[in-house]
Write a protein that binds this ligand. Sequence first.
Ligand code: PHB
Length: 392
Amino acid sequence: MRTQVAIVGAGPAGLMLAHLLSREGVDSIVIETRTREYVEHRVRAGVLEQGSVDLLDATGVGERMRREGLVHRGIQLRFGGVDHRIDFGSLTGGRAITVYGQQELVKDLIAIRLAADLPLVFEVGDVQLHDIDSEHPSVSYMVHGSRTTIECDVIAGCDGFHGVSRDSVPAGVLTTYERVYPFAWLGILAAVAPSSEELIYCYHARGFALLSMRSPSVSRLYLQVPADERIDEWPDTRIWEELRTRLASDDWSLTEGPVIEKGISAMRSFVVEPMQFGRLFLSGDAAHIVPPTGAKGMNLALRDVSILAEALTVFFTTGDTQLLDEYSAHCLRRVWRAQHFSWWMTSMLHRFPDSDAYQTQLQLAQLAYTVDSRAAATSLAENYVGYEWATT
Ligand code: PHB
């Protein structure tokens, strides 16, 4: 088989890249180790920045998101049992975010790809990248018991943090930056109407809690738990009791409902530089991870691939590699802004195991300032809706 771009991974990054390239007449083949069923139901991120919404709209993927996504013009910061609203509208000149589950976007992109009869192969095994530092790289994989090879011009590594793409780069080429946090998030999906119209980010002495949602009838809730926590230690009754305790506020109550899904995810910050080696380009979680507190993960992935799609389009139409050469640096400015914001939100809102009374007072001082000062609130708001650089 031969194509222009072999795309490893059918998450939001890989599928969106394939979509953007097909609009420009660039051929690609997408391969994925999981089943279609798995990627369409994997519960992950849920917040789209304004720029991501605009990108989906502009490229013909926004129709169901526009209908079913929930537009939010602010979030609540809850501490000391009291809500403080960060109003995106007035602080960012009318920008907003849209709550739309990553798996919904994945479903939309798969439907578009299959309707156009473009190649997308699920359940491949033993993926290997070859000759990535030559002009004729290839990707091989096992399917139905035999090995298939895709000859290509470029490989896009969109296979997430645990994928094989990043590890295919020779040792010593990439610089890694990393923080692992001493806590995790226990997340549930519950079949109950959200108890708040807006997301509530809650600081509490027992640890962070977050109320989010997926639709008018499905809530998404999170609790900070110790890093090595096991999910079987958290029966549903314990989860609801802890959520009630941490989210407690006067004249407000948390409505409970059946838990549809639950799991624990580790929290880390991670970046590799550069996001390219030879003809391999890394996008999304394959190149960088943020803790979920800033809701940036899916947005960074979408931005990476929109930059990559443009660079590849120029490359395939003119042979000019300048934009491809600039890809990594171009992405990394935004990546590092999101790294800082996500680390900052995480540090302000979580209870650290080694935290003392002084640390707690610093967090409360920062929260009080963030909601009181228009400058500080604007900083949170403009990062949350997605910071657009004023300088190029
Ligand atoms: C989610 O709804 O899954 C969600 C929302 C906001 C976050 C993280 C996760 O900061």
